[in-house]
Design a protein around this ligand. Sequence first.
Ligand code: PGA
Length: 249
Amino acid sequence: MFNKSIDNIKVFKVCDYAEMSNLAAEILISEVKNNPNIVLGLATGGTPEGMYKKIVEDHKLNNTSFEGVTSFNLDEYVGLTGDNETSYRHYMDEHLFNHVNINKENTFVPFGVSEDLSQGCLDYEATMKELGPINLQILGIGGNGHIGFNEPGTSFESITHVIDLDQSTIEANARYFNSIDDVPKKAVTMGISTIMRSEKIILLASGASKLDAVTKLLKGEISEDMPASVLRKHPNVIVIVDEEACPEL
Ligand code: PGA
């Protein structure tokens, strides 16, 4: 493994997806052991699946306890309830929550269905303020540089809000739906300033489709056109990136 600091970001370059997943799981598990009442910020998508698998394996093998853990997820599709198989609540139940001893009442995922989504966003922020801060936030990165569902152009000052998904995001996520027409066009997402309040952040990136975004994150301008670039202003960020997604450093 190769590592290097760029601005405040510690970059760990690993061989492949498996190594990325193992390292991320190792760090998360050790943080949970150090602080059994940790507040985690969690991500969905293809990237963290391997990490969750490792965490579940470790829980079975070593009994690492999640009893005191609280979690907040980054985002949810507008229009999908938690029992919908393509919702992020369902993803989290399937990939993690159903397999470890976390108290489901302490797992928070934004509501994608509500009479008043804007109020729901404010309520989500209030709950995070009450139970937070988030001690460790896990992030993926979109091919367009989004973090959470904060698409290019989102204000760095944003808090949890409703966002129109970019066409490129809809296309990238269509693989989880029967057809591209079924992909929701909007989502609720933690804002960029919400994410930046986390004490520590780990961003994961794997595969050639992320190379451009990771290059801009590490070497481009810090700009709202490249949401992930804001992380260069955060004091405690680790990027775990595999060969295919990593630019020359
Ligand atoms: P992926 O999505 O993990 O499915 O590639 C990452 C993201 O869009 O943030």
